[in-house]
Design a protein around this ligand. Structure first.
Ligand code: EPS
Length: 395
């Protein structure tokens, strides 16, 4: 069964819905773990008032029996508590009236989907665009991603993420840090940083930026460890797994750049400082003495940690808005101001981690029998052995 997923729901509509098809039957899902991930996504310095309204919790409406997947589509939902304040304006079925179509948005925000989305879908009220283009949708992607992380854990794959830059201030992850250390360090502060000495300066920057009515972006890093070698393929461009991961990461709201391994920095160095020398140990198989290429060669996983960095642009909703055109009058105007965050870089780290988890599950389910968990696990284990054997099979 091909793994696929779909999300639906508007930011201030009744709920978010996610449907996953193609998960192996027999996977026990720990909903507490999903809810912890959802709470993690809501935290973070620089978030706005909305996060005090929401207390995201997942509900399962299909595909699970007694906590175990059935192999049928898994249906997850998260209620939008804020819908209570928008129940008329965002009513799914009540016909439009003068009272439930107030708060129209006609002054598109530069950098948001407002203008082009409105033109493309013929929406005079840009609320019809912003409600779905809102990053609120990432809550359900994290729920789906956490289920995927639970499947990945069954085959020994672990992921972690950190914020590595906020505006101009950097907080890199040391290469020697273990995944467990990274998880502990990022959980211990409200910016998902590995280096707490940077906290005060970044808090100050976010405070100043909020007071100035402005917003901040940044970078995040995601690491996936113990991914078997040989996922993806070099045979055709659209089979390369690094390309699929980059596309999924770019599909997270406000992400404008993706790097694998050393990424753009590799372009400036000679090849001898970029390629990762190969070693072989009969007990543990092949390895690389460095990981500049971030776990990929030729579009295939090497077995080394996958390292992906993503750059997020600042949030487009500015409390001191930029120039735009009012679509009611076609005259110059200031952009619409919607309640928003000063920065969403902290949740972005987790969201990017989760979309990477989703794509790894997609790749594993495409590569191995995935109807049920036992055979899936056996197949992945057998594949790991095969990829680490010392001789090729064709001589
Ligand atoms: C968002 C605007 C804000 C954010 C929202 C994303 O929502 P509101 O307009 O209701 O204040 O809080 O993010 C979330 C609701 C969330 O759960 O992450 C936007 O325009 O993208």
């Amino acid at each position: 069964m091909t793994f696929t997923y779909l999300t639906a729901g508007e930011s201030h509509g009744p709920q978010l819905t996610g449907i996953i098809e193609g998960l192996p039957a027999g996977l026990t899902i720990d909903l507490d773990q999903v809810n912890t991930a959802l709470a993690d996504r809501q935290r973070g310095y620089g978030r706005g008032h909305r996060q005090q309204i929401e207390h995201d919790r997942v509900q399962v409406c299909g595909g699970l029996r007694h906590g175990v997947t059935l192999g049928s589509p898994l249906v997850l939902t998260i209620k939008n508590r804020d819908h209570a304040h928008w129940s008329e304006i965002m009513a799914p079925t009540t016909p439009a009236t003068p009272t439930n179509t107030t708060r129209k948005v006609t002054r598109p925000r530069p950098g948001h989907a407002d203008l082009v989305g409105g033109r493309k879908y013929g929406h005079a009220d840009l609320r019809n665009v912003l409600e779905r283009s809102s990053a609120r949708e990432t809550a359900i992607r994290v729920a789906i991603g956490n289920v995927c992380e639970q499947l990945l854990a069954q085959v020994g794959i672990q992921l972690a993420s950190a914020v590595t830059q906020v505006g101009p201030l950097t907080a890199p992850v040391p290469t020697e840090m273990t995944l467990a250390e990274l998880k502990a360090a990022t959980a211990a502060n409200d910016l998902r940083l590995v280096d707490p000495t940077k906290l005060a300066a970044i808090h100050q920057l976010i405070d100043q930026t909020r007071r100035a009515g402005d917003t901040l972006g940044g970078t995040v890093v995601v690491i996936a460890e113990n991914v078997p070698a040989g996922l993806g393929s070099y045979t055709s461009w659209d089979t390369k797994l690094d390309a699929k991961l980059a596309a999924a990461v770019m599909g997270v709201n406000a992400i404008k750049g993706v790097e694998i391994g050393d990424g753009f920095a590799a372009a400036a160095r000679p090849g001898s400082q970029v390629m990762d020398p190969i070693t072989f140990d009969p007990a543990t198989g092949f390895a690389r003495t460095s990981n500049h290429l971030g776990g990929f060669e030729g579009g295939m996983t090497t077995g080394m940690p996958i390292v992906i960095t993503a750059a997020m642009k600042p949030i487009p909703t500015l409390y001191h808005p930029l120039a735009t055109v009012d679509l009611m009058t076609m005259q110059p105007a200031k952009a619409n101001v919607e309640r928003s965050d000063t920065t969403a870089i902290v949740p972005a780290a987790l969201v990017v981690e989760n979309v990477v988890a989703i794509e790894l599950v997609r790749a594993l389910c495409a590569a191995f029998p995935s109807d049920e968990l036992t055979l899936f696990k056996k197949s992945v284990a057998a594949w790991r052995e095969r990829m680490n054997e010392g001789r090729d099979g064709d001589d």
